[in-house]
Design a protein around this ligand. Sequence first.
Ligand code: EPU
Length: 303
Amino acid sequence: MNWKDALLDIVKDSDSRIRFGELLAKHTYFGIGGEATAYIEISTVDELGALARFHRQWDVPVAIIGRGSNLLVSDTGFNGISVRLVGELAKLDVDGNTVSVGAGLSLPRLSKNMSRQGLSGVEFALGIPGSVGGALIMNAGAWGSSFGDVVTNVTVMTDTGELVNLTHAEAAFEYRHSGLDAYFCATGARLKLEPGDVDTITARMQTFYKQKIETQPFAEENAGCMFKNPSGDSAGRLIDISGLKGHRIGGAEVSRVHGNFILNIDNATAADVLDLIAYIQKQVREKTGISLQTEVKRLGFLD
Ligand code: EPU
């Protein structure tokens, strides 16, 4: 048996939930990237456990791609299996102000649902088009809040397919980083939210969203902020004062609205984006002495 046949045994309905040679450009907000050898939708913990064991047995690279919102995929694609969590792994359960969320759920959906239920704490997340899993791993945030702030526990799966429940402290949340990368996969989290008035929470959520629309690009394909903010400053501001807004390499351009966004304005390749990243880093270093570090995750590159 080869690994592709073994993969077909992991899920039911493999015809619709497994595809070979899947173009990843269509699974990323950047709209960039070649093919993954395989793409699979995993909908239960049991299937995920089987995938973890498959990964150990066959040693084929596996990447959980979330909703592809913070991801740059190489032009040559990903020599491995890209995974999307759906079904049971994208569920939402509310018990008073304790909320259990699956890693596959989208943050905007979570944010809207919580506002409708009069639960406060994730209003900031409407404008972040990622998954709960991505938000856990990256400790995604905006407008002074980070996802980790509302998380009491995280469930992860180990390489051997075991589920482990971690406390907030064990998840080791930092600015745009956590300790969760060490596991095979984050499967979900328990959140503690504050009960409040539906209209107040909804208004707060809409105010954040309006602020996002006013200060960040949204029409063109992009992967959110490209660089982490250096301590006490904004990468976007540094890129701006370095005169780089509107700078273009191939089909990739620095947003004229917010300097920390790279836009795919005309069939940009991953190589265009990497060249633009390197150019920005060099110019900002020369002009300000600060070395910007990327925030966006990469897939399919050699380094
Ligand atoms: N600024 C400029 N020019 C620019 C961009 C920003 O002068 O081109 C100035 C702004 O005027 C403001 C300051 O820099 O005075 C900070 O800007 P902003 O409020 O936009 O925040 P940011 O630090 O640039 C961070 C997060 C965003 C998040 C916003 C809003 C990071 C890397 N960025 O941006 O998160 O949405 O705050 O809270 O942490 C992301 O992580 O993908 C992301 C977009």
